[in-house]
Design a protein around this ligand. Structure first.
Ligand code: SF4
Length: 232
């Protein structure tokens, strides 16, 4: 970590735990815009976060990891968000097309080695994008998964070497939905069909009553994260 980044984080990290989501976004954008961007997979948290950030400054940067395997509903939602907020979402793609991956690595890689598939289609493209930024803003919440339980609202991301802001870290799922309804934020209709967490079509299924909200991701594998949000 650079001394300057260390100083910035040390100065606010403890206080930031008492800040609102809007306060965290405001700090991140004041410090780092235009070298800060929201990473969005267009789940419920992410659309709420975009709405909050767009109220702080309308020219926010938003990018998404477009694996080429997203649901049609997700692609439609990206278009709706762009229209509503007047932004252009940066689509970050893998260096390999799906056809190249099938030919050069393995066909249907997600069925045999989802970690490798996520590395090629998500982690490596993310790494390249974050290399050009000083801070990223995410919609992760502590109660989403054990791997996210220790997320701070403002922290140093050791994996990727930049500041990470998690404005919704202390939000509950119910609070996310209250925000979406109160502010009329567009959301993915799949959430109403028992998909609380939505990723690629091949690796996302509906959850059953009583299941963990992330049980529908990489079902059948121990994997629960793409590798984007490594716990500290
Ligand atoms: S979620 Fe599945 S299909 Fe998408 S990149 Fe990861 S392994 Fe591949």
């Amino acid at each position: 970590m650079s001394a300057a980044a260390q100083e910035k984080i040390d100065a606010v990290q403890a206080d930031a735990e008492n800040w609102s989501a809007e306060d965290v976004v405001r700090w991140g954008l004041a410090e780092f815009h235009p070298h800060a961007a929201i990473a969005s997979s267009f789940g419920a948290e992410d659309v709420a976060l975009i709405d909050i950030a767009a109220r702080v400054r309308p020219d926010i940067r938003v990018f998404t990891l477009d694996t080429d395997f997203l649901f049609a509903e997700t692609y439609e939602l990206i278009g709706k968000i762009e229209q509503k907020y007047g932004i252009r979402v940066e689509r970050v793609k893998s260096a390999l097309t799906p056809e190249q991956q099938a030919a050069q690595v393995a066909p249907a890689l997600w069925t045999t080695d989802p970690n490798r598939c996520c590395a090629l289609r998500k982690v490596e493209p993310l790494k390249a994008t974050l290399a050009g930024l000083s801070a990223w803003v995410t919609g992760i919440r502590r109660d989403q998964a054990a791997t996210r339980a220790n997320a701070k609202k403002i922290e140093w991301d050791k994996s990727f070497g930049l500041v990470k802001c998690n404005p919704l870290a202390d939000w509950t799922w119910d609070r996310v939905w209250e925000y979406i309804r109160d502010h009329d934020v567009p959301y993915n209709p799949l959430h109403e069909q028992n998909y609380p967490s939505i990723g690629c079509t091949y690796c996302t299924r509906q959850v059953q009553p009583g299941e963990d909200p992330r049980a529908g991701r990489w079902s059948g594998f121990a994997k629960k994260e793409c590798g984007l949000h490594a716990p500290e």
